[in-house]
Design a binder for this molecule. Structure first.
Ligand code: SF4
Length: 330
């Protein structure tokens, strides 16, 4: 069953010099209990997509969609109060930098108990007991003492664990983690990913991980959406994306991952060029200025989506039966 369903989402921002077309006509779904990764470079539209879907963008954002439904409800029809209730109780958010999401003026206890009082109607005593339980669940040592501390007194890893505790406090049906480990060192990254995995296993919540890191996606997700230039250029299950990718941008992302058996001195292959200017995105395929396989048609016409399996879809003119047969080069 689909927990989240998004059809033909477009998001733009009016700024002084024109309109930024951040997300352009994307459709996707997330099933109950599923882990979906949204991957792409900065500016690809991945975070704006989820902020649009959850109604967290500022009022000057222009959002349109044929449908955005969460658990059977049309999110576009909810007012601000209903949206706030949805975020606190049914959708948990984890952001990259907990320092900007945690309030520096309040203790961990204040920040953990507040949503429990508001959304679960708990009294002070039971909210505190639940806050303590949550800190234990996210494996924070000495939780009694941590409850009394302020965010600046915690390490980056502990702050991220507090963020996760806040996100899961009301047992949400869906957790959205936006670059949850980018600001952390590698060892803590692995611990946080393990923690998210075990919380997911225990709760059957759906998880959406937004990241530029294919390694994070590989360890966490069963399905992947690859975003480029405000569009979904390829989507599929983990096997289809890692072993049978068809889009040149996905090949580029895969070639930029370090390999376990990488020969000494062998260099990683970066994707040449820069992401498109979303004030004036290319008329055709957004990846055309950087794509080594670009054909004349790519510069003029947006590639149609080709369905390769029940889960695997690609938007690339190379899928046309008359296009040159090109495969991924390692
Ligand atoms: Fe490259 Fe053309 Fe495919 Fe775009 S549509 S990725 S430019 S081959």
């Amino acid at each position: 069953m689909n927990l989240l369903e998004v059809k033909n989402l477009n998001t733009s921002f009016q700024i002084g010099v024109g309109t930024v077309h951040a997300v352009r006509g994307i459709s996707f779904h997330v099933e109950q209990g599923e882990s979906v990764g949204i991957v792409g470079e900065s500016g690809s539209g991945k975070s704006v997509t989820m902020l649009s879907v959850t109604g967290l963008l500022p009022d000057y954002a222009e959002i349109s969609a044929d449908a955005i439904t969460f658990d059977g409800r049309d999110i576009t029809k909810l007012n601000k109060r209903q949206l706030r209730a949805l975020h606190g109780s049914e959708i948990g958010m984890i952001f990259q930098d907990p320092m900007t999401s945690l309030n520096p003026l309040f203790t961990v206890e204040n920040q953990l108990t507040e949503p429990l009082k508001i959304h679960r109607g708990m009294d002070k005593k039971s909210a505190r007991a639940r806050a303590l339980e949550l800190l234990k669940l996210v494996e924070i040592p000495n939780p009694e003492a941590r409850l009394k501390q302020y965010p600046h007194e915690l390490s980056g890893g502990l702050r991220q664990r507090v963020m996760i505790a806040m996100a899961i406090a009301c047992e949400p049906k869906m957790i959205i983690a936006d670059e949850p480990t980018t600001a952390l060192d590698v060892t803590i990254q692995a611990q946080i990913l393990d923690l998210l995995q075990s919380l997911k296993r225990d709760s059957n919540a759906s998880i959406i991980i937004i990241t530029h890191d294919m390694g994070v996606i590989a360890s966490m997700c069963s399905r992947i959406l690859v975003m480029y230039g405000g569009t979904i250029c390829e989507q599929g299950d983990v096997r289809e994306i890692f072993y049978d990718a068809k889009h040149p941008y996905t090949w580029g992302l895969l070639n930029s991952i370090p390999k376990v058996h990488q020969a000494r001195g062998e260099k990683l292959v970066p994707i040449k060029g820069t992401p498109p200017d979303m004030l004036q995105p290319p008329a055709g395929c957004p990846f055309s200025p950087r794509c080594r396989y670009c054909m004349p048609v790519c510069r003029t016409y947006m590639p149609p989506v080709t369905q390769l399996s029940e889960t695997h879809r690609v938007a690339c003119h190379l899928m046309h039966p008359n296009a040159p047969k090109i495969g991924r080069e390692d």
